[in-house]
Design a protein around this ligand. Sequence first.
Ligand code: A3D
Length: 320
Amino acid sequence: MARKKIALIGGGQIGGTLAHLAALKELGDVVIFDIAEGLPQGKALDLAQSGPVEGYDAKMTGTQDYADIKDADVVIVTAGVPRKPGMSRDDLLEINLKVMKSVGEGIRDNAPNAFVICITNPLDVMVWALQKFSGLPANKVVGMAGVLDSARFQHFLAEEFNVSVEDVNAFVLGGHGDTMVPLARYSTVAGIPVPDLVDMGWTTQEKLDAIIQRTRDGGAEIVGLLKTGSAYYAPATSAIAMADSYLKDKRRVLPCAAQLNGEYGLSNLYVGVPVIIGENGVEKIVEIKFDEQDKAGFANSVSAVEGLMDAVKKIDPSLA
Ligand code: A3D
């Protein structure tokens, strides 16, 4: 059986971490594509040289030529620019939209059967544009945000309760921005819903509200600390979990930006919802029941995404 091929479009902070994780987990051979001369070649060589120490045989290639991603099984897109302090994800719109066009065409022409995971911000609208530019079926093009946002929520909850992260489950849905919707009712410690833990005196509602807000601001907190870019270890780990579920047909249930086709009463838009990822990509979109507060939060988040879609359609009328 031929080895799987993982193509990474963008070899920056997240791209390099993705390559390292893909190699360590032996997901397949890795091709890093980046427009920066020498950068993907340098990272590929460095990573190849850690193979003898770690004991992985993954072939690492760096390239400026889309032909090298030919027939990739998985493509993970981080190409573009990240945030600097004071910038919102939406400030990246215009520049990253242009990048999505060239990346979408590169994927369309060279890896049309791949499962594509987009990470470039502003996420929900970039993955929507990437799907359109690439022409790949929507079930094969998803955005990574919910796994990361949920991991941040899980981390903060585990710290607050002083329990293992392994026993904390959390769900963050909606668009990947200030309006994201951390769902306390669907978040649990060993199956016990978080609101019950508040009733049991494990924490207070005020502390839970502060954790929810810190989760929403999770990306900005790291941008403020790093000063030169945004988070990359946890974003890369999150995308690798999605790729792993696809490559091994694990059918994990993960919050991802997926195209809705009538689910949640919405169509032709990407937003964060729970999905099953298996050998066909997005196998199913899970429609959960919202209470009134969650429903309002989700609707607010959806209108923020729709606002960005309108802005994108003005920049590139071919997307209208
Ligand atoms: P960075 O380290 O700057 O890497 C981006 C790479 O893209 C650079 O090496 C560029 O040379 C390359 N690039 C630029 N234009 C092109 C192009 N046209 N084709 C190919 N490569 C190109 O950024 P990063 O890795 O830290 O972040 C990458 C993206 O992920 C940014 O848009 C971030 O905002 C975004 N991000 C998203 C999340 C989510 O949770 C969705 C989290 C963190 C970062």
